[in-house]
Design a protein around this ligand. Structure first.
Ligand code: PMP
Length: 441
């Protein structure tokens, strides 16, 4: 792997062109490198654990398309399923067998859910699950946690994480966190602190009868990785039950990544509704929400809660999702991902320690964040106390050496079943050079 500054002329040209026709030159904010500066790489192709940018530079990928690519890029089974589906047609606006098959695969993995509805993004999944929770309970208020991100629906852009922590229209500290979200909408969203059971208790004590649902990331990826404490999870489960509010696990990032049954399986939770995205679409646009029959039957056309989509259950997207979930079931990669994660974690911790760089590594399976501060990092406030200047230098140090780490301190890095010894070695060598350089000032 070259340590010379790579040529990125083509990416620079494309970024300039893009900025004249697309706001910020990108179709999703974090891609613009606003938090770290510099020119985003335009990607030309991918295979396994690697990306190639528009100038032909090879990169080891720790984005995994922000989560979907758990099998690595261009997995043969997924590619074959996509080719077969394409031969048949691309969209009908009428039901297909593939939707039934993917629904069965998702539900098999989540015993707490009897039914699922497919949509086209994680945003739609959480937005629809909240409408359903309100329709089912007849209550209007919802609770979310500071620094959790659930997509960009109006009521969820309140003290939100991910790109809202580094870019966008408003301050992450004020509610709402985006321009264009009416205060009246934001007022229906109550905000508690993640890993702070008392903050949740206080909301239920004052407004319990009005709370339709609590939505949460069962392992946070969108403030960087935060691991829930057992006391926090107990409070979530107990308080929602005691007050008749629904517990909505947003597994858009964690579903099928942390275990076949997602984070809720790993953590022993029993949510009333679950949201999925990313992996269940195998790299194509898919989201979903599901839960107990009694609740899901409130959704149109069985019930009064309206929700629809022209491309929902799209046959090409379903084909990629089915192939991905089948491949995960046939050859579960979870032990291998854990081993890779453990080795990456130990390596990075050791390098940071010996370079004398204050850092804390949080990891759940194949989701990992190196926070540039002393630990522990368990809360949103602790995460945002990280040294983002140090992160920037780490990020660019890695990128110059061909390691594509997420371009923000407040995101999870993802790796896949295609990451192996060669990727691990190259990543740790690059991290060592980057952190030594950082320590040298
Ligand atoms: N929920 C979580 C936990 C997410 O991480 C994301 C996206 N990163 C979303 C919801 C929104 O999904 P999408 O970007 O597909 O709308």
């Amino acid at each position: 792997m070259s340590t010379r500054t790579p040529l990125i002329q083509r990416s620079q040209e494309l970024f300039e062109r893009a900025q004249t026709v697309i706001p910020g030159g990108v179709n999703s904010p974090v891609r613009a490198f606003k938090a770290v500066g510099g020119t985003p790489r335009f990607i030309a192709r991918a295979e396994g654990a690697r990306l190639w940018d528009a100038d032909g530079n090879e990169l080891i990928d720790y984005l995994g398309s922000w989560g979907p690519m758990i099998l690595g890029h261009k997995h043969p089974k997924v590619q074959a399923a996509l080719r077969a589906a394409l031969e048949e047609g691309t969209s009908y606006g009428a039901p297909t067998e593939r939707e039934v098959r993917l629904a069965e695969l998702v539900l098999q993995a989540y015993p707490s859910c009897d039914m699922v509805r497919f949509v086209s993004s994680g945003t739609e999944a959480t937005m629809s699950a909240l409408r359903l929770a309100r329709g089912y309970t007849g209550r209007d208020r919802i609770v979310k946690f500071r620094g959790n991100y659930h997509g960009h629906a109006d009521g969820l852009l309140v003290q939100a994480g991910s790109g809202l922590l580094t870019a966008g229209g408003g301050s992450a500290r004020s509610a709402p966190s985006s321009a264009g979200v009416p205060q009246a909408f934001a007022e229906l969203t109550l905000v508690a602190d993640y890993n702070d059971p008392e903050s949740l208790e206080a909301l239920f004590a004052s407004q319990g009868p009005e709370i339709a649902a609590v939505i949460f990331e069962p392992v946070v990826g969108n403030a960087g990785v935060l691991i829930p404490t057992p006391e926090f999870l107990e409070a979530l489960q107990g308080l929602t039950r005691a007050h008749g509010a629904l517990l909505i696990a947003d597994e858009v990032m964690t579903g099928f990544r942390l275990a076949p049954g997602g984070a809720v399986e790993r953590l022993g939770l029993e949510p009333d509704l679950v949201c999925w995205g990313k992996i269940i679409g195998g790299g194509l646009p898919v989201g979903a929400y599901g839960g107990k029959r009694e609740i899901m039957e409130q959704v149109a056309p069985s019930g009064p809660v309206y929700q629809a989509g022209t491309l929902s259950g799209n046959p090409i997207a379903m084909a990629a999702g089915i192939a991905t979930l089948e491949a995960l079931a046939e050859h579960p990669p979870y032990a291998q991902l854990e081993a890779y994660g453990q080795a990456l974690q130990t390596g990075l911790e050791e390098i940071a320690r010996s370079a004398g760089v204050p850092a804390t590594l949080n990891r759940a399976g194949s989701m990992i964040t190196l926070f540039f501060r002393e630990g522990p990092v368990q809360t949103y406030a602790e995460a945002v106390g990280s040294d983002t200047e140090a992160f920037k230098r780490f990020f660019h140090g890695l990128l110059e050496q061909g390691i594509y780490w997420p371009p923000s301190q407040f995101e999870a890095a993802f790796f896949s079943a295609a990451h192996g010894e060669a990727e691990l070695k190259a990543t740790l060598e690059a991290a060592e050079a980057a952190l030594r350089n950082l320590a040298a000032g």
